[in-house]
Design a protein around this ligand. Structure first.
Ligand SMILES: Cc1ncc(COP(=O)(O)O)c(C=O)c1O
Length: 429
């Protein structure tokens, strides 16, 4: 009997001891290749003393000072590094403590933007089915992950309007640059009432739901055009894709579509501290600064100096070690290796994704999530961590696993990952 309220109290949990590079070690001496960076978090690998030291140095000087009264050098440096690194003129960082908080913040910021700019009727947020934006009630309302929504449906907000994700059967854009998928977005806007819509929120590449889904060419560009035409803010959820995961700094760079804001977390600090952020373009920031002068929002731990120190150091390492380039190169190796496995395992339906965010879509099983969970358990017992997901265009159905090792991964470690995954697939048959 333990005092911990575990995620799944019936499950056994090995006790983690330490991590080094792409490996984790438990107290019983088992070694795990972290093929999912936890949940696409540990982008810089495990056991980075430099980050631990930066956090300790910050905590020794001062661990907490409320952001209502103070800024800190760590917060300033984090924001400076983010502004220098990000494309699309995204440069105003509002730090929070994770992805769900980032979603809540971005949605409220979009709402306040329209209050400041004289369009008070705009509050609705359009998001896609088979998406995931977090588990707090606002973020879950935004999410189109049916399995995670279902128990809490009565608590979810109707201000979030869902539309269909891009489907694999779509032939792509016609001469007008639009396809059935983007027409579904237009229809959703028209039905919601265009002058009531504040934001469109979407993941550049599918994460927990619809894993690895990369929209077909022209899709995101059409979404960007539609958002502009209707005067709606575009928010990219870069919580999984951001800061190098897909082989470019942001997932949206693959489509060359500039969002008005992004949400980030996970890889931003590489998991060394609970850290997330909303980063906005000038026009959103300026609307608040030159309007009421105050964003009516805030979390106690937002801008926590120790978390910001971890994030600033993580970004320094990301650039110094050219990890985004490594993610692109190792992503190609991983993708090629997974495609080689396709003809050998009937249970594999498709490989998709970008950079070091590659998903294996499994043949549909009638029990949603069961096959992916079993594969993940088999792999875990054999020392490989993968990230199991479920839910896709078919609703609850659609099993997939994400393979997303830390961005520091080397070619021989990619080979080891593929080898272990191959064996886990064989054991699944
Ligand atoms: C795309 C995306 N957005 C938001 C979140 C929520 O982040 P957190 O779990 O840090 O609250 C997640 C978590 O998996 C995510 O994948």
């Amino acid at each position: 009997m333990t005092d911990v309220f575990y995620r799944a109290p019936a499950n056994p949990y090995p006790t983690i001891d330490h991590g080094e590079g792409v490996y984790l070690f438990d107290k019983d001496g088992h070694r795990y290749l972290d093929g999912a960076s936890g949940a696409l978090v540990a982008n810089l690998g495990h056991g980075r003393r430099e980050i631990a030291q930066a956090m300790a140095a910050q905590a020794e000087r001062v661990a907490f000072a409320h952001t209502m009264r103070f800024t800190s050098e760590a917060q300033e440096e984090l924001a400076r590094r983010i502004a220098a690194l990000l494309p699309f003129g995204l440069r105003h960082t509002y730090p929070v403590s994770g992805g769900s908080e980032a979603t809540e913040t971005a949605v409220k910021l979009a709402r306040q933007y329209f209050l400041e700019t004289g369009e008070p009727k705009r509050f609705k947020v359009l998001t896609r089915w088979a998406s995931y934006h977090g588990n707090s009630l606002g973020a879950l309302s935004a999410s189109g992950h049916i399995g995670r929504r279902r128990p809490y449906e009565p608590l979810l907000s109707p201000a979030f309007v869902h539309f269909a994700p891009p489907g694999p059967a779509c032939p792509g854009p016609g001469p007008d640059g639009e396809c059935s998928c983007t027409r579904a977005l237009r229809a959703a806007i028209e039905q919601a009432g265009p002058d009531t819509v504040a934001a469109i929120l979407m993941e550049p590449v599918g994460g927990s739901a619809n894993s690895g889904l990369v929209p077909h060419p022209g899709y995101m560009q059409a979404v960007g055009r539609i958002a502009r035409a209707y005067g709606i803010l575009l928010i990219a959820d870069e919580v999984m894709t951001g800061f190098g995961r897909t082989g470019l700094t942001l997932g949206m760079e693959h489509f060359e579509v500039a969002p008005d804001m992004i949400t980030a977390a996970k890889g931003l600090s590489g998991g060394y501290a609970p850290l997330g952020a909303v980063v906005t373009a000038d026009r959103v920031y300026e609307a608040i600064r030159s309007g009421s002068g105050r964003f009516a929002h805030g979390f106690t731990y937002g801008g926590h100096p120790v978390a910001c120190a971890a994030g600033a150091k993580a970004l320094e390492i990301l650039e110094r070690e050219r990890l985004i380039e490594n993610a692109a190169a190792m992503g190609e190796l991983l993708r090629a290796g997974l495609e080689d496995l396709l003809p050998r395992h009937e249970v594999m339906r498709e490989v998709r994704g970008l950079g070091l965010m590659q998903a294996v879509v499994l043949e549909t099983d009638q029990r949603p999530g069961a096959r992916a969970a079993r594969l993940s358990d088999i792999a875990f017992d054999a020392g490989l961590i993968v990230y199991a997901g479920s839910g896709g265009p078919e609703g609850l159905l659609g099993d997939h696993v994400l393979l997303a090792p830390p961005l520091i991964v080397r070619a021989e470690e990619v080979s080891e990952l593929l080898d272990r995954f191959d064996r886990a697939l064989s054991a699944l048959h």
